[in-house]
Design a protein around this ligand. Structure first.
Ligand SMILES: CCCCCCC[C@H](O)CC(=O)SCCNC(=O)CCNC(=O)[C@H](O)C(C)(C)COP(=O)([O-])OP(=O)([O-])OC[C@H]1O[C@@H](n2cnc3c(N)ncnc32)[C@H](O)[C@@H]1OP(=O)([O-])[O-]
Length: 725
């Protein structure tokens, strides 16, 4: 049964029952119509409580129904209208979540009671749509325009206590929301309901609404560059100000349909389901996520309290896992401790505001210099800087100190996991956990399996990612893994574009208008140019180890751009030195301004090397950079390093500032059309045989030859997952 009804005294309790998240599918909507119909006719019922089974009110519309005929049967907004018009008071008992259509349903009820652990919100914008069951019309009438815009445009999940302060819910309770809702329902029997019917309320405000909305449009355009849904949300809210309720709802519906036609919702919903699929990992042996039991991580340790280590410590503490944090000397330990404690204080403050005692949610952090204290921890995450010898030294120590069943993780962003594992007494319990900076904020975690990593170790690391609230993707071991490996050809193209006549700001603008959070040059400045320089020096691509007579722009017969090396040789490491591809207000500054020095430097460089200037236009810039990125993605699939294109897209959407409304680089390639991507790369490669990264990948060629099948079907052509080192 999609919804059930029971009677408590004179209160009918209608329960939505559609596991796992009580999505409001067509069958749920039918059942709600039926149960509300019966309850309103039943003379023994004087009030109604609506809740969801398994401690979850509802996650909203069933996203899988969008684009199918099921969404057209029994509209949710009609149900909401019926509930709101009910002569018997209806109280929503919110447990767990009331999101999207779930909250819209609750807003149609006359009262809302929430348990303190619950979250409410209208997160439709995050899947490319807008609330389209009256949410954009009822919420502003309840909490006013500015607050409603904030909730709807950002799509965030709002903790119960904040929802109470905003006026979204009427009561927050520590115990059972259903019991409290039944009590409230009994209390309000016979009271007038008119003021509780949100659609009938007028929006009152002292603000000049048109000016306020116009300013919000401008701000939102900048903030969500290229994403259509946030703009549609604002227009729908504007309708709530300008139009009567029923016409506002019509506008909401129209906006929903026009958004659908842009293709962005499909891309974002693909991204949503891909994230969930990524958790369902598979292994070359055929083992899958459901066949392996993860071990419980009760205590953890983090080695190294630099930026990454600090973020990891915070993540663990927030997940209620006590942490031992280790540094190499007293000074570094003190610095790390100060930084961690100040971050923890901020987290504690947030918890207090949400009505929680920080002690019940944040686990303790113990700071020490002594490796010996690690003997009892269940899992260690090493987060020292990228140096193989240093990492090996640490893993040797861990191997001798930690209990035999402890898991040893390395936060390397590209070093060989097998080599690190080889120095330990337990290579089967060694795994890569590649966090992204800042680790307490960034959603992505790349879990890297080595040749000998056991299935239990994989299951434990994947489960830890889930506990930390990360989007966790399992990948194979190859230099730079998935995300960073794909960056190589992308950044290479960005540099070539400069050599050929573009400037950092031209390339960045093109990529940012495409939707990237940050163009390649701003990103390099942020990450620090010295990181790549050190690695190229170690590989002998630059510096004293380059063989005599090597042409400046060639390495091993292929094209090479020494631009970034030359910048580093001038002491320009990016934001940290106040100068890189851009200039900044001071070392550590964040505001990038085009630098005349760079312009002059590029012009001289082109002259010295007699490079013909052919600056590319915006479309060409995007094509070259994005196709280069996707092409490497196809190679990664061929190699079995990522087990499906969805995993690659999840990595890019969550770790590299890729615009989610374009689905991810692999989805985008499929959207553009694989034959087109193949032909463009082939044309470029034929004219530039010294740029092997642009040679179309074999898998791309194969898929393009059959017309570019839908992304779901690529799996059939993808190689088996392997370890490629
Ligand atoms: C004109 C046309 C009219 C249209 C009317 C529009 C009405 C309305 O405005 C639109 C909406 O409500 S849009 C909706 C607005 N709502 C949202 O955007 C909320 C989206 N959902 C979430 O944010 C998270 O899933 C939760 C926080 C709910 C649970 O997080 P957690 O505990 O970490 O669990 P988890 O791993 O994430 O999910 C567990 C399983 O549930 C699945 N599933 C989840 N939601 C689903 C849904 N709505 N649907 C279907 N399935 C949904 C999920 O795929 C997974 O399936 P699997 O097969 O087991 O892999």
């Amino acid at each position: 049964m999609a919804a059930t009804r029971r009677l408590v005294n004179t209160v009918a309790v209608i329960t939505i029952n559609h596991p796992p998240v009580n999505a409001l599918s067509s069958s749920v909507r039918h059942a709600l119509v039926e149960e509300f119909g019966k309850a309103s006719k039943d003379p023994t019922v004087e009030a109604i409580v609506l809740n969801g089974s398994n401690g979850k009110f509802s996650a909203g519309a069933d996203i899988r129904e969008f684009g199918t005929s099921a969404i057209k049967t029994v509209s949710l907004e009609d149900i909401n209208g019926t509930i709101e018009a009910s002569q018997k008071p209806v109280v929503a008992a919110i447990e767990g979540i009331a999101l999207g259509g779930g909250l819209e349903l609750a807003l149609a009820c006359h009262y809302r009671v929430a348990d303190i652990q619950s979250r409410v919100g209208l997160p439709e914008v995050l899947i490319g749509i807008l609330p389209a069951a009256g949410g954009t019309q009822r919420l502003p009438r309840l909490i006013g325009i500015p607050a409603a815009l904030d909730v709807i445009v950002r799509g965030r999940h709002i903790p119960a206590t904040e929802a109470l302060n905003l006026g979204i819910v009427d009561e927050v309770v520590q115990g059972s929301a259903v019991d409290a809702a039944i009590q409230l329902a009994q209390k309000v029997i016979g009271l007038p309901l008119n003021k509780r019917r949100l659609s009938t309320l007028r929006i009152s405000s002292n603000l000049n609404m048109e000016d306020f909305l116009d300013t919000t449009v401008e701000k939102t355009k900048k903030q969500f560059r290229g994403a259509q849904a946030p703009m549609a949300c604002i227009e729908a809210v504007r309708a709530s100000v300008l139009l009567p309720y029923h016409r506002g709802v019509e506008k909401e519906r129209q906006l929903f349909l026009s958004l659908w036609a842009t293709g962005q919702p499909q891309a974002q919903q693909y991204a949503f389901f891909s994230e969930r699929e990524a958790a369902k990992w598979s292994h070359p042996s055929g083992a899958r996520w459901y066949s392996e039991e993860p071990k419980l991580v009760r205590t953890a340790a983090v080695i190294g309290l630099g930026t990454m280590g600090r973020g990891i410590v915070i993540s663990l503490s927030k997940a209620n896992i006590p942490v031992i944090a280790i540094e190499q000397d007293a000074y570094q330990l003190e610095m790390g401790k100060k930084a961690v404690n100040s971050l923890l204080e901020r987290e504690a403050e947030k918890l207090k505001q949400q009505g929680f005692s920080p002690g019940s949610k944040l686990a303790s952090v113990h700071f020490t210099l002594a490796f010996g204290e690690l003997q009892d921890v269940d899992l260690v995450i090493e987060a020292v800087y990228e140096n193989m010898e240093l990492k090996k030294e640490i893993f040797r120590k861990l191997s001798s100190v930690c209990k035999s069943n402890a898991f040893l993780c390395t936060n390397t962003s590209g070093l060989n996991i097998d080599e690190i594992a080889s120095v330990t007494d337990r290579p089967n319990q060694v795994i890569g956990t590649h966090f992204f900076s800042p680790a307490n904020i960034m959603k992505l975690l790349e879990v890297v399996r080595g040749q000998q990593t056991s299935l239990t170790t994989i299951a434990t690391a994947m489960n830890l990612g889930k506990i930390l609230g990360k989007v966790t993707v399992l990948v194979g071991n190859c230099p730079l893994f998935v995300g960073n490996r794909m960056l190589g050809p992308y950044l290479e193209q960005a540099s070539y574009l400069l050599e050929e006549g573009c400037y950092p700001e031209t390339v960045d603008r093109a990529m940012e208008e495409f939707g990237f959070a940050m163009g390649p040059f701003r990103m390099m400045d942020l990450a620090g140019l010295d990181v790549g320089w050190r690695s190229r020096t170690e590989k002998g691509l630059t510096g004293a180890n380059v063989p005599q007579g090597t042409p400046a722009r060639k390495r091993l017969g292929n094209r090479y751009s020494p631009l970034a090396d030359l910048l580093c040789e001038s002491g320009r490491f990016g934001q940290k030195t106040g100068k890189g591809w851009y200039q900044y207000e001071k070392p550590g500054g964040r505001t990038a301004r085009p630098d005349p020095w760079v312009k002059d430097f590029l012009q001289k460089y082109r002259k010295t090397h007699q490079i013909k200037q052919q600056p590319s236009n915006q479309e060409q810039i995007v094509e070259r950079c994005v196709y280069a990125l996707a092409n490497e993605g196809f190679r990664i699939l061929e190699d079995g390093i990522a087990s499906c294109p969805e995993d690659i897209d999840v990595i890019y959407n969550n770790g590299y500032g890729w615009p989610k409304y374009r689905g991810g680089p692999m989805y985008y390639a499929s959207f553009v059309g694989l034959p087109k991507v193949f032909n463009t790369l082939e044309k470029y490669y034929k004219a530039n045989a010294d740029v092997p990264s642009m040679k179309p990948a074999f898998l791309l060629k194969k898929l393009a030859a059959v017309g570019g099948p839908p992304i779901k079907e690529w799996r059939l052509q993808v190689g088996k997952p392997v370890n490629k080192l």
